[in-house]
Write a protein that binds this ligand. Structure first.
Ligand SMILES: NC(=O)c1ccc[n+]([C@@H]2O[C@H](COP(=O)([O-])OP(=O)(O)OC[C@H]3O[C@@H](n4cnc5c(N)ncnc54)[C@H](O)[C@@H]3O)[C@@H](O)[C@H]2O)c1
Length: 357
């Protein structure tokens, strides 16, 4: 098996943290061939670690180097353009989330996929997590029953994320495409769609717009969302969490069981462990029964690689097979559409429909 030769567009934080380990661990499957980043110190540092050439411009890199695919990890507003450049050269692209900033960009990419025969894959790595995949089966089993309600909280201190970056583009709606929803909440919205095998159809969002975010990027959002199957829920998120006991909390209620991801103690870390509980189909007449039966998901799954590693290896498999990506543009469409609809509702102050494909 020849390794899939991957040209990297963008050499920032996420590549160093998440993708580089995959390249270093599986050289027989994936091979970095060059790095492009206009911030030359970043391009050079990563290229030197890989022992490959670096460029300031991705088009020059793609013209000069033989590659089978590209990995795009630039600021969001450049995703669709870089992916289009790859497709025009017949190269499949794994694009970090968000695949694009708007539904209009997605439609252009879809047309290019058809004319080029290559594909884009959305980098939503949670779909490759061991626990997340165990939970997908559990949530679609009689133990959970039919989904009814979700309650999602996401809190981050954006100041800490932007500090030390040579370009804090994440604060700027013109370059990030929005605020906390497109940059962070997109993960759990996409995961919910994966878990429930459903799409969002309507949103109603209120937000606030505070510094250090600029150009209309939302800093906090409270939203209600509706899925096609009738599941309803709320999303609360803020980028202004200078103090918070946890970053993410997820509560899902089905007709038989519940999923809870929560901190276990104040300061419990990024997100607590997943727990599930079910009534097993039996009557639950006593008050305290609703607190019973909670079991951690950890230990019920095998030990796996980081979801980023699995995602990149699967992408390489897709490139080799020339098959449509598992997390294809079509599958990702509703994720981008719901993010866009939240952004629209923040401006109109009204419920907004989520664009259909
Ligand atoms: N999946 C996740 O959990 C996760 C986590 C963090 C970031 N991300 C995503 O990864 C992407 C990058 O985020 P980051 O944290 O690494 O940001 P970053 O700012 O650290 O890195 C972005 C890099 O892109 C470079 N760049 C700018 N213009 C470019 C161009 N025209 N061509 C090539 N490179 C260019 C910048 O110089 C910078 O080095 C974003 O899409 C972000 O949403 C995903």
């Amino acid at each position: 098996m020849n390794p899939v030769r991957i040209a990297l567009i963008g050499a920032g934080g996420i590549v160093a943290q998440a993708h580089k380990p995959a390249f270093l661990r599986f050289p027989e499957e994936i091979q970095p061939v060059a790095v492009a980043d206009p911030h030359l110190p970043s391009a050079e540092a990563l290229a030197t670690e890989f022992g490959v050439p670096f460029f300031s411009n991705h088009d020059e890199m793609l013209a000069a180097m033989a590659a089978d695919a590209v990995l795009i990890t630039t600021p969001h507003f450049l995703h669709a353009g870089a992916a289009a450049d790859a497709l025009r050269r017949g190269l499949p692209a794994l694009v970090e989330k968000p695949l694009a900033c708007t539904v209009a960009e997605l439609r252009e990419l879809e047309a290019l996929e058809k004319s080029s025969g290559a594909f884009v894959q959305a980098g939503q790595q949670q779909r490759f997590g061991m626990e997340e995949n165990w939970l997908k089966s559990w949530l679609n089993s009689p133990d959970f029953g039919s989904p009814r309600l979700f309650n999602l909280d996401i809190y981050q201190n954006v100041e800490s994320y932007a500090t030390g970056k040579h370009d804090p583009w994440i604060l700027d709606k013109n370059r990030a495409g929005g605020g906390i929803v497109i940059s962070v909440a997109i993960h759990i919205l996409d995961l919910l769609r994966y878990w429930f095998e459903d799409d969002f159809v309507e949103v109603f969002a209120k937000g606030s717009f505070d510094a250090p975010l600029v150009n209309g990027a939302e800093s906090s959002v409270a939203a209600t969302l509706t899925m096609r199957g009738g599941v309803i829920g709320t999303l609360n998120c803020s980028y202004l969490a200078r103090r918070c006991p946890y970053s993410q909390r997820t509560l899902l209620f089905g007709t038989r069981g519940s999923l809870c991801q929560h901190m276990e103690k104040p300061g419990g870390g990024y997100a607590g462990a997943y727990y599930t509980s079910t009534d097993g189909g039996k009557p639950t007449p006593e008050w305290n029964m609703m607190y019973e039966g909670w079991e951690p998901v950890a230990g019920r799954t095998g030990q796996g690689d980081s979801p980023f590693v699995t995602q990149l290896r699967r992408f390489a498999d897709n490139v080799r097979a020339k098959s449509p990506a598992e997390n294809s543009l079509v599958r990702n469409f509703n994720t981008i559409a719901v993010v866009e609809a939240i952004g629209r509702s923040l401006i109109t102050g009204k419920p907004e429909p989520v664009a259909a494909r």
